[in-house]
Design a protein around this ligand. Structure first.
Ligand SMILES: [Cu+2]
Length: 482
């Protein structure tokens, strides 16, 4: 009888503790919902009439080699500060400035040297995302630049005109360094891109748009909040590191070079008036012909160039949006035209990557649980070569997303060192906007994407999910090309 009484009282105490925990968790959740986040509080402190900033346009970096067949660029990786919220300083990282970096313009067939000076007190690397380059100059995790040191990448450019980009890739700090501001664009130009009758005046009718989501802590610092489940989605969208950006343009044909520079988020871009536009280029260069679309999907790391015809838009204002959030406001001026702007019906001939009779086929199975992931059941190991591929031989890579549920609905699969072509998506031919050269392909949950891939350069290269926090938590492998 005594025993029974004691066991009841222990159970009662346990129930009481459990109930308290549950009530505590519930109240915490309620508090979270009713209390604005630090990011929302900082934004709300900006008076409505003071919101809206002219879109920052990154400058072209000066090429310091007078020889037109050569280019020499210097990038300083440095600490910076921004004032996104009036009177609140945000500590940032940038190349040659406070945040992001200048645009590097390189020409096909040029011999290029880029010297990267690390002025941070932590290691970094400079990876040329989308460049056909020898392994030692790729700027992946093996090419760490220690604090105070410099590293020079040397390469010749032998790939079509494209909008590519650069960002750090030091293992375990990539996500944090990109989040704090390290990213920049590279424009590769060639005779075809120069001859095409499309807008090409930088900052006038040809604009880069680096779109990134961000959160802040109450003191104004970037809040790169990685949980067991995800990287917390940003409540704020920055374009070229501009908060609440707007762009004033003439009513004419405008070219936008869009990079999804987010660590973890997909974008589904549309115009607020529902108007159509044309995609003219994907990651690795121009498409054969402009593709008309009303909505552009970009996963992290992907690029698209689009032509938007504002010439007949009567309204003075419209916005680029993603899932009803404003990305960029456009203010139009000038007369409304009576006819649409003209642009080429065909762009370039995209050379088909040739495939031999019995190509080697490799399968890459992507799986994730929350922030952690694997490729073919393995977590990344910097000391393990996962695949050995002969240089100059086209292979078929089958990329299968084994996830059935999960955040962000899929994984952007990126391969370093070359540009590939999509053969099929779930057995069907790719849509026309995916028919050009790609270096990052989105593979939705349950999907299977087949690519054909040909490495022209030797060395050790990474392939990985371009959700940077997945990449850092297992979803990366290494291919040795020899
Ligand atoms: Cu992923």
């Amino acid at each position: 009888m005594v025993m029974k009484k004691r066991s009841i009282s222990v159970l009662t105490v346990l129930y009481a503790i459990l109930s308290l925990i549950l009530v505590g968790l519930f109240l915490n959740k309620v508090l979270e919902i009713i209390t604005p986040s630090p990011t929302a509080q900082l934004q709300a402190a900006i008076p409505v009439e003071e919101r809206g900033n002219p879109l920052a346009i990154p400058a072209f970096l000066e090429d310091r080699d007078p020889d037109p067949m050569k280019a020499f660029y210097e990038l300083d990786v440095q600490y910076g500060q921004m004032e996104f919220f009036p009177g609140v300083v945000t500590e940032t990282l940038g190349y040659n400035g406070n945040i992001l970096g200048p645009v590097l313009r390189i020409k096909r067939d040029q011999e290029v040297r880029i010297q990267v000076n690390n002025q941070l007190d932590e290691p970094t690397t400079a990876h040329w995302h989308g460049l056909d380059v020898d392994g030692p100059y790729d700027g992946g995790p093996h090419q760490g630049i220690m604090p105070g040191e410099s590293w020079t990448a040397t390469f010749s450019v032998d790939q079509p005109a494209a909008t590519i980009w650069y960002h750090p890739h030091f293992h375990h700090t990539t996500g944090a360094q990109v989040y704090q501001g390290l990213a920049g664009l590279i424009y590769i130009e060639d005779e075809e891109s120069e001859d095409l009758n499309i807008p090409k005046t930088h900052g006038e009718n040809d604009f880069p748009l680096v779109i990134q989501d961000r959160n802040f802590t109450s003191d104004g610092s970037f809040h790169h909040n990685v949980t067991m489940m995800e990287l917390e989605p940003g409540e704020v969208l920055l374009v070229n590191a501009t908060m609440d950006p707007y762009l004033e343009v003439n009513r004419e044909l405008i070219r936008l070079r869009v990079l999804n520079g987010s660590n973890y988020e997909n974008f589904q871009l549309t115009f607020s008036d529902g108007s159509a536009f044309h995609q003219i280029a994907s990651d690795g260069g121009f498409l054969e012909a402009p593709v008309e679309m009303e909505s552009l999907f970009l996963s992290p790391g992907e690029r698209a160039e689009i032509l938007v015809d504002f010439s007949q838009v009567t309204s003075d204002h419209l916005a680029l949006t993603t899932c009803s959030d404003t990305v960029l406001d456009f203010y139009l001026s000038g007369p409304v035209a009576s006819a649409p702007a003209e642009f080429p019906e065909s762009l370039v001939t995209v050379p088909d990557i040739p495939v031999g009779e019995n190509p080697t086929t490799r399968t890459f199975v992507l799986e994730s649980i929350g922030i952690h992931g694997t490729i073919n059941g393995k977590e990344f190991d910097m000391d393990r070569v996962d695949e050995v591929v002969p240089k100059g031989e086209t292979e078929l890579w089958v990329i299968r997303n084994a996830d059935r549920v999960g955040h962000r609905a899929g994984h952007p699969f990126h391969v370093h060192g070359t540009q590939f072509q999509v053969v099929s998506r779930n057995g069907n031919p790719p849509p026309p906007e995916e028919a050009g050269f790609k270096d990052t392909v989105f593979v939705a949950n349950g999907e299977e994407v087949v690519i054909k891939i040909l490495f022209h350069k030797e060395g050790l290269f990474m392939y990985h999910c371009h959700m940077l926090e997945h990449e850092e938590n297992g979803m990366m492998g290494q291919v040795l090309v020899e």
